[in-house]
Write a protein that binds this ligand. Structure first.
Ligand code: B12
Ligand code: SF4
Length: 492
């Protein structure tokens, strides 16, 4: 009898990874970026501590190029331990892949129960359970306690009523959900490291989580939307000691030299959070741990450069910052107040760079009401970060179902497709033409340089293998189209 956790492959991304030093393969392939699935590995470790062995298959880490390969791995994983009683799938934006695998599992293993977890599942559990009867359960929020209790209930053939954060259909076919309980991160064992050797062999980094959730509510963000579901205390932090213990083990047991701290928000601007970051640096330095690391922060987390100097001494070499757009108004529309009017994000970026900290920018180039000034400003910001990935010029906002942005686009009539990811079209046909030109140039040219893409993007010059002359992005500025929703406009 097997309990199985599965993560399908599915990163179809252009360009380069910032989570290790490795280049992705041919960008036109259905390629996979092998990062550990810390969520599944944390569930696995927790379940083991409760006496339950779980088998896992991670198509991303295994480098699967199709769901058929993942299916074969699932069959293989169950060969020695017997047919599965419960399968838990994780999905970020791999819903079609998960659906395909679930249907296969249903056809193959009579009586198997199937659960789904992670952001899209949490935010959309009602829709998923109403529309897809191949899923029995959705785990809403943290998975460690919920999935372990669910697995024990399934194995022992008892009711699942006391499983926290469990959505399911009741006898009447209605979707019901038990309240989620937020896990105390310090009560969790460290994640299993089953996937790490493969990840390291592929040139990617080990990961550690030190917080969960986020206190902010940027309209496009699944993490903000999930945190809103779970209330004020959903942004949680592990104790500094336990995070540093984990990093120390990664260095001693796996000889890692770079750690990706995978928190959505490692530190906020608030003094307690800044103090925690300082404590973290102190602990790393006092234990003499020789490792570099990267974290995700907000631009307004950079309150005191001395703190970043200190973190740099402790090994901080790279930060991911969601800069999003060069337009102050659009930032406000996204409810991402990281700047004061007149403040230039490039100055903060440059200050960090001068300390020896590389800045990986999160940017959203195109959204339904984008105008030329915004494109130019976002391109300028991109240049300032020195993150020379040409594919950044292609970035389109992704409206994830369950986020406020998705609702806004739906209400405004922008969505051309709804599920499993919102697709949208430009309000201004000129913006659409520019996007098509840029995508037509950069998309099929994996070797295009940032400078070439930038020149084309900014000045409309024609380069390289472009088959048809492209036109300038200098279309006449038009008044911005207001998107009224709850009194504000929102995006990414
Ligand atoms: C590392 C990472 C990746 C890695 C690999 C992720 C992986 N898990 O394999 C890479 C770089 C490949 C990646 C890619 C993408 N990612 Co990503 N990623 C992250 C990141 C930064 C950390 C994940 C992590 O380690 N979390 C910590 C662990 C402990 O938590 P967890 O994974 O969420 O798991 C817990 C619960 O969610 C739940 N759970 C999860 N799965 C399951 C399954 C079952 C059965 C159960 C019961 C429970 C359960 O239980 C776990 C333990 O409590 C998160 C942000 C974040 N901090 O979570 C974004 C995040 C998950 N990614 C996101 C996005 C958008 C993407 C991409 C679509 C980006 C892109 N445009 O290409 C791709 C899609 C990849 C894909 N295959 O679908 C979004 C998802 C937003 C949404 N859907 O609403 C997030 C939340 C970032 C954000 N704030 O926007 N990502
Ligand atoms: S984008 Fe960043 S700051 Fe905004 S809600 Fe998401 S994680 Fe928090």
């Amino acid at each position: 009898m097997t309990i199985l956790l599965v993560n399908p492959p599915g990163v179809r991304e252009y360009g380069r990874s910032y989570v290790g030093e490795q280049k992705l393969g041919d960008p036109r392939l259905y390629s996979s970026m092998p990062m550990e699935h810390l969520g599944l590995m944390s569930i696995k470790a927790y379940a083991k501590a409760q006496g339950l062995e779980i088998t896992s298959v991670n198509g991303l880490v295994a480098g699967h190029t199709s769901v058929e390969e993942t299916w074969a791995a699932m069959l293989n994983a169950t060969r020695s331990s017997g047919r599965p009683r419960l399968i838990g799938f994780s999905s970020i934006d791999t819903f079609p892949e998960v659906l395909w695998l679930s249907q296969r599992a249903r056809q193959t293993w009579e009586g198997v129960r199937i659960a789904l977890g992670n952001a899209i599942a949490t935010l959309n559990y009602e829709r998923i359970l109403r529309q897809h009867d191949c899923f029995d359960f959705v785990v809403v929020g943290d998975g460690e306690v919920a999935f372990t209790k669910l697995a024990l209930a399934v194995v022992n053939d008892v009711a699942v009523d006391d499983v926290p954060g469990l959505a399911r259909r009741n006898e009447k076919g209605q979707v019901v959900c038990t309240p989620s309980s937020l896990v105390d991160l310090d009560e969790l064992p460290p994640p299993a490291r089953d996937e790490l050797p493969t990840v390291l062999a592929d040139g990617f980094a080990a990961s550690v989580f030190s917080t969960r959730g986020c206190p902010y509510r940027c309209t496009f963000c699944g993490t903000g939307a999930m945190s809103a579901m779970f209330g004020r205390n959903s942004y949680r932090a592990k104790s500094v000691d336990s995070v540093v213990d984990e990093i120390e083990c990664l260095v001693s047991d796996f000889d890692v030299d770079f750690v990706f701290i995978s928190d959505d928000l490692f530190m906020s601007k608030h003094s307690s959070s800044q103090q925690r970051a300082a404590d973290f640096a102190n602990e790393m330095l006092s234990r003499g741990i020789d490792v570099n690391f990267m974290v995700d922060i907000r631009l307004d987390s950079v309150v005191d450069l001395d703190l970043y100097k200190h973190l740099h001494r402790a090994g901080l070499r790279r930060v991911f910052i969601g800069l999003e757009t060069g337009s102050y108004d659009q930032l406000r529309a996204y409810r991402k107040q990281i700047l004061n009017r007149g403040q230039d994000a490039a100055d903060t970026v440059s200050a960090l760079q001068q300390l020896g900290i590389e800045v990986i920018p999160g940017t959203i180039m195109f959204h339904p009401t984008v105008q030329p000034d915004e494109l130019r400003e976002t391109a300028r910001l991109l240049r300032a970060t020195k993150y020379t990935n040409a594919f950044k010029f292609l970035g389109r906002i992704l409206p994830y179902p369950g986020t406020p942005l998705y609702q806004e686009y739906s209400d405004a009539g922008y969505l051309t497709a709804e599920w499993p990811l919102g697709q949208w079209d430009f309000v201004d046909p000129e913006a659409s033409r520019v996007y098509q030109d840029v995508a037509g140039l950069i998309g099929p040219n994996p070797d295009i340089t940032f400078d070439e893409a930038e020149a084309f993007f900014s000045r409309g010059s024609m380069i390289g293998t472009m088959s048809s002359p492209a036109e300038s992005v200098n279309w006449q500025a038009k008044p911005r189209t207001a998107t009224p929703l709850n009194g504000c406009r929102r995006g990414e």
